[in-house]
Design a protein around this ligand. Structure first.
Ligand SMILES: Cc1ncc(COP(=O)(O)O)c(C=O)c1O
Length: 302
């Protein structure tokens, strides 16, 4: 502790223990400029490039592919743990953006075991971990997954979702201490430091759970309202056990659904933006205001 305030590393460590069930002892912990910086730059920071393969989920936040392409890596799109064979890095994302699917301990362990067998690193993006509704999201660093051995495993967290602080650009990379230290040495020379005032704000946000629980309750209410309206209008909701989105389908091409909802004044994301497997789904965010969610639900149900 310096000057009476915990460091950001201490604040993240305490949060991991308190909310994620992960013992931070022996883990590397460094700040990142939001989690997006790490999603986009991790292959580069690891020194990967031409001839290296990065595995990304079949339905995924597009920046995993952008970061791999930026480093010149080949991209393999697969959710099969054995896709790690011949790869350098495997991305996991639970709860998932866009589907809200949650990987359980067995699924996470299968990915970590396969990656270790094939000599690949696992990077698990867990930025929605505190928003479980019908499933309890688990960290890839949880003892049920890795025991007390974090080797080859890195996880990403951020304040953008937990604390609605996307504009502050604060994320953190946690895990295998030697991999985290290598990344720290490179980032430091690239000038990728988080400004001091943001670190102070981050310490306050990681240290407080009341604001997260309050926001969780707000999302849960909006989720119930939107889900009811969508189902009454003939939509099926798939996955969506966690996270800030409903993954919905009317069994038609996603752009037809996007157009119909746009005509009602409601903007949703086309599923094919996240991968071909999303061609018949749309992603509906819970992040609009209460008034706008009520308005949207009325129009969808009507
Ligand atoms: C899965 C996932 N990872 C990372 C990010 C990046 O968020 P940030 O850089 O604000 O932490 C997002 C943002 O939507 C996301 O959905």
């Amino acid at each position: 502790m310096a000057g009476g305030l915990p460091s950001v590393r201490e604040a993240v460590a305490d949060w991991l223990r308190r909310r994620v069930g992960v013992d931070p002892a022996g883990l590397g912990i460094i700040p990142s400029i939001g989690s997006k910086e790490m999603v986009a730059l991790l292959p580069t920071l690891l020194g990967l490039g031409e001839g290296d393969t990065v595995v990304i989920p079949a339905l995924a936040y597009p920046t995993y592919a952008v970061g791999a392409a930026f480093a010149g890596c080949d991209i393999r799109v697969s959710d099969d743990p054995d896709a790690a064979e011949g790869a350098a890095l495997v991305w996991l994302n639970s709860p998932s953006n866009p589907t809200g699917a949650v990987a359980d301990a067995q699924r996470l362990s299968a990915s970590v075991d396969a990656a270790r067998r094939h000599g690949a690193l696992v990077a698990s993006d867990e930025c929605y971990i505190e928003f479980g509704w019908e499933a309890e999201p688990m960290s890839c660093l949880h003892p049920a997954v890795v025991g007390d051995d974090p080797s080859g495993v890195l996880v990403l967290h951020a304040l953008s979702k937990r604390s609605n602080m996307a504009g502050y650009r604060f994320g953190t990379l946690v895990g295998d201490p030697s991999a985290v230290d290598r990344i720290l040495q490179v980032r430091r020379h690239l000038g990728l430091m988080v400004p001091d005032p943001v670190q102070h704000a981050a310490v306050a946000a990681w240290g407080d759970d009341a604001h997260v629980d309050e926001q969780r309750a707000r999302y849960a209410r909006r989720r119930g309202i939107l889900r009811g309206a969508l189902e009454s209008a003939g939509f099926a909701i798939h996955h969506s056990e966690a996270g800030l989105y409903l993954w919905a389908t009317r069994g038609e091409p996603c752009w037809d659904t996007v157009a119909d909802l746009a005509a009602l004044g409601i903007l949703v994301a086309p599923g094919d933006f996240y991968g071909e497997a999303g061609a018949r789904h749309v992603r509906i965010a819970l992040t609009a205001s209460d008034d706008d969610i009520a308005f949207a639900a009325e129009r969808i149900a009507g």
